[in-house]
Design a protein around this ligand. Structure first.
Ligand SMILES: [Fe+2]
Length: 199
């Protein structure tokens, strides 16, 4: 049984308390509840329902599809909320050095991350990729689409419209500017330190 983490972000710099409250208490909690519901149903699945598993449609297929959607919905929102609440200043962090090495400068990284977020339908995600031991920016069009296996999220932004429509209408770019002002880079650096081989 998964329990929702409480974030209670309140009003951020350019992201309203109402947006944060709906996002956390309704949408994020909804993913946690659905993940629990799917896991409960999987634990009680009958031998007949297992045997009837089918790739076009079956009860098991519906549960397995919902399982990854709900699990990633829960995890990605937790990661996203956890790196908010800062002042956007990355100075002095180890991840800033890694970003500068990979993208040449923080401004180049910000431009690439923002452009990726504009091109995505769900998420832009800065990950540590264990396949080449490097940082990458990946995008996801849905909770369970676009993820690259064996990568660990260190910074992500939700670009579903519920993240910004109340505050910015259809102006996603303005929301992304606000997002960067609220990043807690110490938290991002902590996540990075857990996965990257830092000496
Ligand atoms: Fe969301």
């Amino acid at each position: 049984m998964h329990k929702p983490t409480e974030f209670n972000l309140g009003e951020l710099n350019g992201i309203s308390a109402k947006t944060n409250e709906i996002h956390e208490k309704k949408l994020y909690v909804g993913y946690v509840n659905k993940r629990n519901e799917v896991e409960e149903k999987l634990s009680k699945i009958t031998p007949e329902e297992l045997t009837a598993g089918n790739q076009v449609y079956s009860y098991l297929r519906g549960l397995k599809e919902g399982e990854t959607f709900a699990a990633n919905g829960m995890i990605l929102h937790q990661m996203f909320f956890s790196i908010l609440g800062g002042n956007g200043d990355a100075a002095g962090t180890k991840i800033l050095s890694a970003i500068e090495k990979e993208w040449g400068s923080f401004e180049n990284f910000k431009a690439m991350f923002t452009a990726s977020a504009m091109a995505a339908r769900g998420w832009a995600i800065l990950c540590w990729d264990f396949s080449d031991m490097k940082l990458h920016i990946y995008t996801a069009d849905a909770q369970n689409q676009g993820g690259v296996w064996n990568c660990t999220v260190v910074l992500n932004v939700d670009v579903y419209e519920h993240s910004y429509f109340l505050d910015y209408g259809s102006d996603r770019k303005a929301y992304l500017e606000a997002f960067f002002k609220n990043i807690n880079w110490n938290k991002v650096d902590q996540l990075y330190g857990q996965v990257a081989n830092i000496n």
